[in-house]
Design a protein around this ligand. Structure first.
Ligand SMILES: [Zn+2]
Length: 308
């Protein structure tokens, strides 16, 4: 019965939750999306995630208990009981995702780091080669890696938590994890306003209202001296991080997703492509914006659920 929608994928991001419901060949028949509830009560967050899944099921004309398998790509860190624990870019203590989705569906449920789901989607739906990296630049920074055709998961599923690579050895800016100088502290969309205030403190002038400024404001003002300086430094941190990834994993492709990259490809992805050859001593990979757009993680989550 490959035509019936019995498989689902869920993307639980720090900002948005998405769900799709598909048949056994991966044709999406229902989708839904909502803001991820930003409260400390992880049980409530999980229930709201189930609500998005129910809505996607409704769009596909099935009930949650018709599902055979569900995949979830979610923010980390994750524990071995199917939960998200103390994420640095969300206020929840523990979000029991697998338990909540199992209880609502009776289906088998698999959970992976969202960036790992991203690289699985690149492989299944976007022709990524046997050696590839999916890099997300969004509310956080992370990566999913395939080496010799194998998806790397690592202890606790936390392989390639590259947002916490130190790119700035002076440690000028604090990361949400408590460390300093980490890639994510500079490049995550949620951290760019604080970084702009930091650079302003070094004496760079601006016409922007730094009390209210958002990441989209910075990208919309490339002629402002401060915004221009922040975007140039952002390109440097992203290039150093990407070069570390290339030296660690030797990918032939770096596919970049996440809202910061997908909404600003010329300001965010093009400079990395241009600068990377100057920072890499091994072969330089293709650098692209993910062709799967803002559905890359939810499609990877779906791939986790689909039959092989
Ligand atoms: Zn960190």
């Amino acid at each position: 019965m490959s035509g019936e929608p019995r498989y689902a994928g869920i993307d639980v991001g720090a900002t948005n939750t998405r769900a799709v419901v598909a048949n056994a060949t991966g044709e999406v028949r229902g989708r839904a999306r909502d803001r991820t509830t930003r409260v400390s009560d992880g049980d409530r967050v999980a229930e709201e995630v189930v609500g998005v899944l129910r809505e996607a099921c409704g769009g596909a004309g099935v009930g949650p208990d018709d599902l055979k398998a569900v995949g979830i790509g979610a923010i980390g860190p994750q524990d071995d009981r199917g939960g998200v624990v103390d994420p640095p870019n969300h206020p929840a203590d523990r979000i029991p995702l697998v338990a909540a989705v199992e209880a609502a569906t009776g289906a088998s449920v698999r959970l992976r780091n969202d960036a790992v789901a991203g690289v699985i989607a690149e492989r299944r739906f976007a022709d990524a080669p046997d050696n590839a990296v999916y890099l997300t630049l969004s509310s956080g920074v992370g990566a999913g890696v395939v080496v010799d055709g194998h998806v790397l998961t690592g202890s606790g599923g936390n392989a390639a938590e590259v947002g916490h690579i130190t790119v700035d050895s002076t440690g000028a800016v604090a990361c949400g994890c408590g460390g300093r100088g980490h890639w994510e502290a500079y490049a995550a969309g949620t951290n760019l306003p604080a970084y702009a205030r930091h650079v302003h403190g070094e004496g760079v002038e601006t016409d922007l209202d730094l009390g209210e400024v958002t990441a989209p404001d910075l990208f919309a003002a490339p002629d402002d001296p401060l915004a221009a300086e922040v975007l140039d430094r952002l390109a440097r941190w992203n290039t150093l991080g990407a070069a570390a990834l290339v030296h660690a994993y030797a990918p032939d492709l770096v596919s970049v997703g996440g809202a910061v990259a997908c909404n600003n490809p010329a300001a965010v992805v093009d400079p990395v492509r241009e600068r990377l050859p100057d920072h890499v001593v091994t072969s330089v990979p293709e650098v692209r914006v993910t062709p799967l757009g803002d559905e890359v993680v939810v499609r990877g989550a779906l791939a986790l659920a689909l039959p092989e």
